[in-house]
Ligand binder design. Sequence first.
Ligand code: ZN
Length: 488
Amino acid sequence: MQNKLFLYNSLSRKKEEFIPLNFPFVGMYVCGPTVYGDAHLGHARPAITFDLLFRYFKHLNYKVRYVRNITDVGHLENDADQGEDKIGKKARLEKLEPMEVVQYFSDRYHVEMNKLNVLTPSIEPRASGHIIEQIEMTKKILEAGYAYEINGSVYFDVEKYNKKYNYGKLSGRVLEDLIANTRELDGQSEKRSSFDFALWKKASPEHIMKWPSPWSLGFPGWHLECSAMGHKYLGEKFDIHGGGMDLLFPHHECEIAQNTVAVGENSVKYWIHNNMITINGQKMGKSLGNFITLDDLFNGTNKVLEKDYTPMTIRFFILQAHYRSTLDFSNEALQAAEKGLTRLMKGVSTLNKIKPSANGTFNPAELKKNCYDAMNDDMNSPIVIAHLFDALKTINAIDAGTENIDEKNLEILKDIYNTFLFDILGLKNDNQVTGNNEILKDVVDMVLNLRLQAKANKDYATSDYIRNELTKIGITVKDKKDGFEWEL
Ligand code: ZN
């Protein structure tokens, strides 16, 4: 049977056996998007990584509560305590209500996630809907003595915290080194130390989104929302907190500090982070001119792109790398992923056509074990995919009659592909026609039967016309002695 699941914990910096705090329940919190622009390639990776984990937990029959927040307030430019709110700025420039911006980009984010076959989380809370919880948490931190109020704003006292607890335990950074290597840019900051971070900020008169609090008319600091919403929906201690590696410091480091003071412990058993995507070896960024939205990818509308790529190609491309490895985007890599996925889907189509033999020789038990072993080894999706590729040779051999399989093992083999390729990796037949898209299959078959009739009537003009038109839309027709074969 299945082995134990091991996951890499960023906090202990090693793979640890996953044992839920409250079996069979699993609580998982993942930092979601700040919704002030279209979802891009950088959003796809954490969404797919934690979707893979969500799907695997469900497959293992855990009862998962997956919380992925939407940041709609408090995320200032450059992630610092200075600057304009990202959503507020967009609203000001476009002359919209901030919540119009939030609604528009949240809806678009959901459409893209749906295309990527990312399952909807159990709860998708918004920061602006949890102002009271954030004020309460700020009060607790103030009462504990690890925050100070100045001019209507409240800041977390990192130096005081570091003396008792260890600020930097997640990122491995040392506060003294951080301070020594930092120069305060403007010298105007009201904070006692540059690494102190805002729990509550007093709003300037032109700031749009603001709420009353004991300290000022203002808004919560960005790091606070995830601590507050995590506790609200998953309890004071929960299993998994995840996000992209770019959030590890300072966002998650600050969350640990807040939780430790407000709740008395770091709150999270396993911290899990996915690595970043680079584009032709470079970090993706608007200023670098290589910024690619998911919409661009699906439509091919970006000068970096040679063509459009289906959502499943993007999903497959991401899953072909281990989530903790860097992943470099290039047209070549995406086209290779596209070919690979087509081969796998064709293999499934062949598998579904295979007829069992009375005395089969092939036993898929080892393939099944290999796939579970790979998933249990810190969600090693590229190894799962490699095993599924390997078995295609056997599937083709059975199809060609040089290998055979009995009925029971054929069902097991089909189940392995259904389970791992579709349920766990979450892939599906995009627009490849391999038996799943029945309507298209029927229509093309009908058109090609008309062509056979035309040929029988020596109407070669019509016959050639049909074949040429099908070729134009990407359908290759092969004439056979007893009819035809075609593929997309
Ligand atoms: Zn967060």
